[in-house]
Every structure is written in structure tokens, then in C-alpha cells.
Design a binder for this molecule. Structure first.
Ligand code: GDP
Length: 358
């Protein structure tokens, strides 16, 4: 499954956040045979729709989608020079599908900052510079080969042009994702560059920033087009120890409507380019993970490969229409249930039943 790699300078709260991410029992409950690496945190994607569906279908349980975060050993300045930790660090990032940067914005005289002061934009620049330098090295190695290939093979020219353009962007200090050359830039794909991956920023904040909308807007603008999440890692690590009632009180006391991990799970899921569709029956109401833009047969294949191979039709109703009608039968008689064929592109929140041949 797709993963977000958690990176950040030392002492910004990565371990604190990662511990909070690993402390839930969604996996044990629903995937008893799954083996999870110790450096992977799997969190449920909060989805209120599942509880409602379970009511409509009288389902015995709900199964949410999940998002996976990988803890990547601390970034060191000079990582791109490829020494020891640096090499391993870059290799680990290369394996992740998106980069989740934890940035410190909390004030605490007891927690030392590596550069002596809390300065989000300087920290972001430090991290991005390492990633940009690593990409420039990859390109410098690849360019002579691409030039040679383009001389004899016309169809290799777009790859060469894209690589040259990428080098210019990186030379100007921008990430490729930031410059609109993300992971969907086919000509760059084989180079597996780090900064084409989508970025997500987690601002580890204190109460002051969590309730300061102007400050948050400023930081969001700083990292756009990447998504940003604001949370207090220390509070998150306390929340997971509390029962529901006490957790709600703690959140209220710092003016937050929900745990920051919920917002992080949603943002992470979105950053990975994922979406869900829903199924429901007496056994379970469940969210299934697919990529944005997938067709009905591809979506069916997530449940079982036989469903994709033998796909005939998908019976689809939007969650909102179903809830408005109240029952599946009522939705059908209101003409809200559609029969979709193999070219149908799934929409988020489709409630689906697949028809297939075995
Ligand atoms: P890492 O080096 O990035 O993994 O950082 P840690 O998670 O080990 O955190 C470094 C220190 O900062 C620890 O003493 C944490 O308790 C503290 N810390 C982490 N998050 C917060 C926070 O949101 N607020 C405050 N005040 N301290 C925090």
C-alpha cells in the first residue's frame, strides 16, 4: 500500500507524533494476520458515513480505510552528500510515495532547537535543500545518458527535455512538486526523483498557533500547493491514552473540534491521491481504498481480483442519495440507483454492489 514518509529536523516532535500514530487497534481488529514493520504507523481514516451506513444496513461492524506513515530516521544536514545515515535516509524517502514534513512551531525553552531558534520557513528550506541537492545529483548522473539516448532515439527526447527543465527548476531552489512537476510527470518517472513526490506539512504547534487563524493562513501560503495540518504532537500523544469523554474535554480546553490525527489521516490520504468507495451489508459497512480516477472494474479488483476479471456491472448510489432515501429499496424506487459499466469512473462516497461472473 502507499505510504507517507515522515521527515523533519531533530527535536521537532517526530517520535512523539509517530508514537501517537501507532497507538490504535484498528489493524488488530480488522486485519488480524497483517504484519506491520515497527517503523510503520497505520491509522484509520475517520469516516462518519460508515456509522450511518451500518445503521441503514444493520451491519455488524464498520471497517474504515487506513493510511500508512513510515518513520524515516532523522534528517541530517549534508544527507545529500551521501554519508552513512544520509544514504539510508534518502533511500527510505525514495521508497515512500509522499513526503510528510514535521515542522516545529511550538515554543518551549526546554526543547533545544538544532539551529537555536524556532523558524518554520528556515527549517523547511533546510529540508528542501537536502532533497533538491539529492535530485540534482541524480540528474547530473542521468543527463549524459539521456543525451546519448536522445541522439539515437527520437522518442527519448521528451525525457531529456523534461530532465533539463527539472534541473533548471531545482537550480532555482524550487522542488519539482512545488513547480507543478509532480509524480504524474511521466517523462521524469523513471528517475524516481525525491521532490516530484507530493508533500504534506505537519506544523507541530502549541495552543497559541492552534487558535491563531492568521498565523495558520500565513504558514499554509508558505507551503502551498502542499497541504498543511496543524496539531500539537504532545497533546495527540496524551489523547490516545484517554477515554472518549476525557479526550473530548481536553480537545475543548484547547479549542479544537477533533483530534489532529484525524485531520492528518485525511490530509495524508488526499496527498497520496487516494479516495474511498463504500460497501455495506449485514456483515460490515466498509470503506475501500482506490486511486482517484479509477474505473469500476479497477475498484472491484480491490475487493477481489476475480471481481475485476469477471466484472459485469456496478450498482451505484451516492452516499447522500442513499441517506436521503433512507433505505436501498427507497433509493431504487426513487431512481437513484444506477447501473454502471466498465468505463465508469468512481466518485468518492459511491456506495457500490458489484455484479460479476466467476
Ligand atoms: P524528534 O527528534 O523529532 O523525534 O522529536 P521528539 O518527538 O523526540 O520530541 C523532542 C522533544 O520535544 C521531546 O522532549 C518532546 O516531549 C517535545 N515535544 C514534542 N512535541 C511537542 C509539542 O507539541 N510541544 C512541546 N512543548 N513539546 C513537544
Amino acid at each position: 500500500s502507499l505510504t507517507l514518509g515522515i521527515v523533519g529536523l531533530p527535536n521537532v516532535g517526530k517520535s512523539t507524533l509517530f508514537n501517537a500514530l501507532t497507538s490504535n487497534d484498528v489493524l488488530e481488529a480488522n486485519y488480524p494476520f497483517a504484519t506491520i514493520e515497527p517503523n510503520v504507523g497505520v491509522v484509520p481514516l475517520p469516516d462518519k458515513r460508515l456509522d450511518k451506513l451500518a445503521e441503514v444496513f444493520e451491519s455488524a461492524k464498520t471497517v474504515p480505510a487506513t493510511v500508512s506513515f513510515v518513520d524515516i530516521a532523522g534528517l541530517v544536514k549534508g544527507a545529500s552528500e551521501g554519508q552513512g545515515l544520509g544514504n539510508k535516509f534518502l533511500a527510505n524517502i525514495r521508497e515512500a510515495d509522499a513526503i510528510c514534513q514535521v515542522i516545529r512551531v511550538f515554543d518551549d525553552p526546554d526543547v533545544v532547537h538544532v539551529d537555536g531558534r524556532v523558524d518554520p520557513s528556515s527549517d523547511i528550506e533546510t529540508i528542501n535543500t537536502e532533497l533538491i541537492l539529492a535530485d540534482l545529483q541524480t540528474l547530473e548522473k542521468a543527463l549524459p545518458r539521456l543525451e546519448k539516448e536522445a541522439r539515437t532515439h527520437k522518442d527519448k527526447r521528451p525525457a531529456l527535455e523534461a530532465a533539463k527543465e527539472a534541473k533548471d527548476i531545482l537550480d532555482s531552489g524550487q522542488t519539482l512538486f512545488g513547480a507543478g512537476k509532480g509524480a504524474d510527470t511521466v517523462e521524469l518517472r523513471e528517475l524516481n526523483l525525491l521532490t516530484t513526490k507530493p508533500f504534506l506539512y505537519v506544523f507541530n504547534a502549541d495552543e497559541g498557533v492552534l487558535t491563531d487563524e492568521d498565523k495558520q493562513r500565513e504558514l499554509r501560503e508558505l507551503v502551498a500547493p502542499a497541504d498543511a495540518v496543524f496539531l500539537d504532537a504532545k497533546v495527540e500523544s496524551e489523547l490516545i491514552e484517554l477515554d472518549e469523554e476525557s479526550a473530548r474535554e481536553l480537545l475543548e480546553s484547547i479549542g479544537q473540534p477533533e483530534p489532529g490525527l484525524h485531520a492528518l489521516a485525511r490530509a495524508g490520504f488526499h496527498t497520496l491521491g487516494l479516495q474511498t468507495y463504500l460497501t455495506a451489508g449485514p456483515k460490515e459497512a466498509r470503506a475501500w481504498t482506490i486511486r482517484q480516477g479509477w474505473t469500476a472494474p479497477q475498484a472491484a479488483g480491490v475487493i477481489h481480483t476475480d471481481f475485476e476479471r469477471g466484472f459485469i456491472k456496478a450498482e451505484v448510489v451516492s452516499y447522500d442519495d442513499l441517506l436521503e432515501a433512507g433505505t436501498m429499496a427507497a433509493a431504487k424506487s426513487a431512481g437513484k440507483v444506477r447501473m454502471e459499466g466498465k468505463d465508469y469512473v468512481m466518485a468518492d462516497g459511491d456506495v457500490v454492489e458489484f455484479r460479476f461472473n466467476v
